[in-house]
Design a protein around this ligand. Structure first.
Ligand code: UD1
Ligand code: MG
Length: 453
C-alpha cells in the first residue's frame, strides 16, 4: 500500500517574531520541518509533498538534498485550502498522512498505528484529551463515534466543554481526498476552508472515523511562539536523557543535558551538567564527560575522561585518554590510547600516537606525533606560512622543550630533544639535542630604575 505524506508548512509564524520562517526554527539542533521529514522517511513514504507559502525559497533551499515535492499555497485560506493545493499532483490510490511543519515530534510508531487503524475505515485521526482546550477543534461524538470536528470559534458553549481535541493529524484515502476537498466551503466564523470539515463529510458518507491517541502528549504539540518552542525542546531533551539512562548512562542532572543529533553509548558513561552532544557521537563504556563539554561528531573509546569545558569536534579519541579541562580538539584529530591533552591545548588535523602527552598551552596542527613523546608547555607547530599549511612530523619518544616553535614543514627524529624556547626551522635527526637560543647576558649588581618622587 502506498503512503503519501503531506506536510502543511505555509503559515507565517508571526508570533515567533523572527526573520527565519517558523518551520526552520531549530529544535534539538534541527529545523522543525526537518524532524517531520525525517519521520516521513522512517515511514518509507513513497512521496513527501510539502505545502509552502511564507519564506518559500529559504525553506526549499534548506531541504534541497531531500526527495520532496513542493506545492505552493500563495494565500493562506485555511488548512483545507492548503491540502486542496496538492490535488493536481496527489495520486488517486493509497493513503495520505497529513502532518504539519510546526508539529515536529510525532513519531513514526504513532503514525504507523494511525495508518493501521485507518485501513478499514478509509479515514482516521489522532485526538488527545487536554486540560486547556482553548483554540482547539473539539471532537464531537455520538454513541462514542466521531461525528464532526467543531472549531473553537464555531463551537457552542456545550461543545466547548468537550476535552477531546483535534490534533490536526489525519490519515485519509487519497480517492476520498479527491472527492471531498473540492466540496469544502468557507462559510464559517473565520472565513477559512477547514480541513476538519472532511470528517463530517465522511460521516455523511456512512464511514466510521478511526481515532487513536499518541504515546506521549508532546508528539502532537504545535509550535507558535518561542515559549512553546523552548518548552517542547526541554520535554524532548528530557525524553532523550531518559532513553540514555535506560541504556546505562548516568547524568549529574538529566535536565541540564542537550543532545542535538544522535549518540550511541556503552555502559556506565557519566555525564556531568551542561554537556551538549551534536551531530553523531559514539561514546564507549566508562567514559566520563565533565561539566560544560561540547562534543560534535566525536568518537570516544572506553575508559576515557574528558574534563570540564572541553570542546571536541570531528575527532577520534582512543581508550584511557585524558582530555582537558579547557582543551579543544578540532576536525581531523586522532588520539591513540592513553594520550593526555591538558588545559589550553588545541589539536587540529593531527594524529597523536599512544601515550603522547601535551599537557599545557600548546597548538598541534597538521602534525604526527610518535608514541610517548612529550610536548612541553607552550609548544606551537607553526603550520601556516600565510598561504599554505605544512606538516610537522615528530618521531616517538621525542621531548619538545617548553615554548618551542616548530616551523613546518619539519621533521623531528625519534628520541630527539628540543631545548626550551627554541625556534626550530630545520629537520632534527634521531636522538639529537637541538636548541636555538641567544646567549644569556648578565649584568651584575643591576639597579632597577627608581621612581622619581
Ligand atoms: C487546526 C485545526 C484544529 C486543531 C488545531 C490543532 C482546522 C480548521 N483546525 O486549527 O481543529 O485543533 O489545528 O493545532 O484545521 N496552514 C497552512 N495553510 C493555511 C492554514 C494553515 O499551511 O492556509 C498550516 C499552518 O502553518 C499550521 C497548520 O496549518 O502549521 C495549522 O493551521 P492553524 O491556522 O494554526 O490551525 P488552527 O486554527 O490552530
Ligand atoms: Mg487558524
Amino acid at each position: 500500500m502506498s503512503t503519501t505524506v503531506i506536510i502543511l508548512a505555509a503559515g507565517k509564524g508571526t508570533r515567533m517574531r523572527s526573520q527565519l520562517p517558523k518551520v526552520l526554527q531549530p529544535l534539538a539542533g534541527k529545523p522543525l520541518l526537518g524532524h517531520v521529514i525525517q519521520t516521513a522517511k522512517q515511514l518509507q513514504a513513497q512521496r513527501i509533498i510539502t505545502i509552502f507559502g511564507h519564506g518559500g525559497s529559504t525553506v526549499q533551499e534548506t531541504f534541497k538534498q531531500e526527495k520532496i515535492e513542493w506545492v505552493e499555497q500563495a494565500e493562506q485560506l485555511g488548512t483545507g485550502h492548503a491540502v486542496q493545493m496538492t490535488l493536481p499532483v496527489l495520486p488517486h490510490d493509497g493513503f495520505s498522512l497529513i502532518l504539519y511543519g510546526d508539529v515536529p515530534l510525532v513519531t513514526s510508531e504513532t503514525l504507523e498505528k494511525l495508518l493501521e487503524a485507518s485501513q478499514n475505515t478509509g479515514i482516521g485521526m489522532i485526538t488527545l484529551n487536554v486540560v486547556n482546550t482553548t483554540g482547539y477543534g473539539r471532537i464531537v461524538r455520538k454513541n462514542q463515534k466521531v461525528q464532526a470536528i467543531v472549531e473553537h470559534k464555531d463551537a457552542s458553549e456545550e461543545q466547548r466543554q468537550i476535552t477531546e481535541i483535534n490534533t490536526g493529524i489525519y490519515c485519509v484515502e487519497n480517492r476520498k481526498l479527491h472527492e471531498w476537498l473540492p466540496k469544502l466551503s468557507n462559510a464559517n466564523s473565520q472565513g477559512e476552508y477547514y480541513l476538519t470539515d472532511i470528517v463530517a463529510m465522511a460521516v455523511a458518507d456512512g464511514l466510521e472515523i478511526a481515532s487513536i491517541q499518541p504515546a506521549l502528549d508532546f508528539e502532537v504539540e504545535g509550535i507558535n511562539d518561542r515559549i512553546q518552542l523552548a518548552s517542547l525542546e526541554r520535554a524532548f531533551q528530557q525524553q532523550q536523557a531518559f532513553n540514555l539512562m535506560r541504556n546505562g548512562v548516568a547524568f549529574a542532572d538529566p535536565a541540564r543535558f542537550d543532545l542535538r543529533g544522535s549518540v550511541t553509548t556503552g555502559q556506565d558513561v557519566y555525564i556531568d551538567i551542561n554537556v551538549i552532544l551534536e551531530g553523531h557521537c559514539e561514546i564507549g563504556s566508562n567514559v566520563e564527560i565533565g561539566a560544560g563539554c561540547i562534543l560534535k561528531d566525536a568518537r570516544i573509546a572506553s575508559n576515557t575522561k574528558i574534563q570540564p569545558y572541553s570542546v571536541i569536534d570531528h575527532a577520534i579519541v582512543g581508550e584511557k585518554v585524558i582530555i582537558g579541562p579547557f582543551a579543544r580538539l578540532r576536525p581531523g584529530t586522532e588520539l591513540a590510547d592513553e594520550v593526555h591533552i591538558g588545559n589550553f591545548v588545541e589539536v587540529k588535523n593531527s594524529r597523536l600516537e599512544k601515550g603522547v602527552k601535551a599537557n599545557h598551552f600548546t597548538y598541534l596542527g597538521d602534525s604526527e606525533v610518535g608514541a610517548t613523546s612529550n610536548i612541553g608547555a607552550g609548544t606551537i607547530t607553526c603550520n601556516y606560512d600565510g598561504v599554505n599549511k605544512h606538516k610537522t612530523i615528530i618521531g616517538e619518544s621525542a621531548f619538545i622543550g617548553s615554548n618551542s616553535s616548530l616551523v613546518a614543514p619539519l621533521s623531528i627524529g625519534k628520541g630527539a630533544t628540543i631545548g626550551a624556547g627554541s625556534v626550530i626551522t630545520r629537520d632534527v635527526p634521531e636522538n639529537t639535542l637541538a636548541f636555538e637560543r641567544s646567549q644569556q647576558i648578565e649584568k651584575a649588581n643591576y639597579q632597577r630604575p627608581q621612581k622619581t618622587k
